[in-house]
Design a protein around this ligand. Structure first.
Ligand code: CTP
Ligand code: ZN
Length: 149
């Protein structure tokens, strides 16, 4: 029988972000700044998932990601789960949660917004989760799409 599942070995120690929406893994890497990570990391795209059909998975060796930081990825993958691995075992598992405010990672869709000219971090209030509704704290514009910086 041919092996149809792409296998990536288990990690000894680090973080596995599982159940990322298919095709969004690279965006998650960027949101978490993991494109700057010099350690060992694997990004699996469009692998088979029982619940989601297809999913992306990221394995980062020797790094414990900050929970508040990881929650930002709920913007692109609300069903992602984070697994903290020690000695080859999953020691902690949690689902990402959308934060009440999104700070710094999005750009305001209003070209006249002060955040485009002043050296301030962008801030958006999460007014609704499903469908996602974000409002800029500075110009109060409702965001009709997500623009990552
Ligand atoms: N994993 C890993 N290295 C380990 C342990 C786990 O890379 N030493 C990965 C697994 O491949 C999987 C994820 O971490 O992608 C979660 O592992 P586990 O909880 O064992 O899997 P499931 O029970 O299938 O998880 P869930 O119920 O969240 O789908
Ligand atoms: Zn704005």
């Amino acid at each position: 029988m041919t092996e149809k599942t792409l296998k990536v070995q288990k990690i000894e120690d680090g973080t596995v972000i599982d159940h990322i929406n298919a095709g969004r893994g690279l965006e998650v890497v960027r949101i978490l700044g993991l494109d700057q990570y010099t350690g060992t990391m694997a990004l699996l795209s469009n692998v088979h998932s029982k619940e989601l059909g297809k999913k992306d998975v990221i394995k980062v060796e020797h790094k414990e990601l900050d929970k508040e930081d990881v929650n930002k990825i709920a913007l692109v993958s609300p069903r992602a789960t984070v697994n903290l691995v020690k000695d080859f075992e999953v020691k902690k598992k949690y689902k990402v949660e959308l934060p009440k405010e999104v700070i710094g990672i999005l750009s305001c869709t209003n070209p006249a917004c002060i955040t485009h000219t002043e050296p301030v971090q962008t801030r958006f209030i999460v007014e609704r989760e499903d469908p996602l509704q974000l409002r800029c704290v500075y110009c109060e514009r409702l965001q009709n799409k997500l623009e990552f910086k």
